[in-house]
Design a protein around this ligand. Structure first.
Ligand code: IPE
Ligand code: IPE
Ligand code: MG
Length: 246
């Protein structure tokens, strides 16, 4: 029986982080290594997402935040952007059909106004129709940027002040957090970046203040539940002090 069979997963005794975030990176290099055009890797990356999201649900992770497309990714070729957006549309269509069975709650983080109206509608529908599901909550970061999120929150808070609904004296970390896309979601415990890069690339700048990072050289399309378990094992070795003393 495989180490990560259903039975083992259910009887596993290790603690599982409440909130895992993943920068799904390395699709392009994965494709290039196989002599495929860069954008060919995104379809495989989408399959990996499906596997990992289901696995997170099985082991009891409450929140899974994934970085799918950044505010900077518009710099890529039109061909690559269209492939990614097309795959997202296809994925969401399937997610809408399988929703009953999967019981995954989807929340979208990012500026959806730049997406095509069809894709934006699908995001809104998926979020709306899955809002009562009790499986893992997937926060899907699409046209997301950490700086953009903080700026958007500052703008909304300033507007509320101008309209007399808020005042600057009231602003504290909790109140500011409630203006972010991630309002109601606890900060990520563990952030995983596959693909060998060691940077945040504008991901969860506010929320990652005390997150534990795990970097791995595995490219996202090759990332397996075993790799996730390795990251969780590394996380479980860490001593989180939040600025205090153990
Ligand atoms: C991540 O893979 C997917 C997106 C950023 C949309 P990349 O496309 O960045 O793959 P690499 O990093 O170039 O290999
Ligand atoms: C981060 O990866 C964004 C996503 C995975 C969606 P990038 O490939 O865009 O990051 P850089 O350019 O290597 O920093
Ligand atoms: Mg990349």
């Amino acid at each position: 029986m495989g180490l990560f069979s259903k039975k083992t997963k259910q009887s596993a005794q290790r603690p599982v982080p409440q909130h895992i975030a993943i920068i799904m990176d390395g699709n392009g290099r994965w494709a290039t290594k196989r002599g495929m055009p860069r954008y060919g890797g995104h379809a495989y990356g989408a399959e990996t997402f499906r596997t990992i999201a289901n696995y997170c649900k099985d082991i009891g992770v409450k929140y899974l935040t994934v970085y799918a497309f950044s505010t900077e990714n518009w710099k890529r070729s039109q061909e690559e952007i269209s492939t990614i957006m097309g795959l997202l549309g296809k994925y969401l269509q399937e997610a809408l059909l399988d929703m009953e069975k999967n019981r995954v709650r989807f929340v979208f983080s990012g500026d959806l106004s730049r997406l095509s109206p069809e894709l934006r509608d699908m995001c809104i529908q998926t979020q709306e129709r899955s809002k009562d599901y009790d499986g893992v909550q997937v926060n899907f970061c699409l046209n997301y940027g950490g700086r953009d999120e903080i700026m958007m929150a500052a703008r909304r808070f300033a507007r509320d002040c101008m309209e007399g609904k808020q005042s600057p004296e009231n602003l504290d970390e909790g109140l500011f957090s409630s203006y972010l896309y991630s309002a109601q979601v606890p900060d990520p415990d563990l952030i995983i970046r596959p693909s060998g890069e060691k940077r945040t690339s504008n991901f969860l700048l506010w929320q990652s203040a005390y997150s534990e990072y795990v970097f791995t050289d595995v490219l996202w399309p090759d990332f397996t539940p075993e790799d996730l378990e390795k990251a969780i094992a590394e996380y479980n070795q860490r001593s989180r002090r939040f600025g205090g003393v153990k």
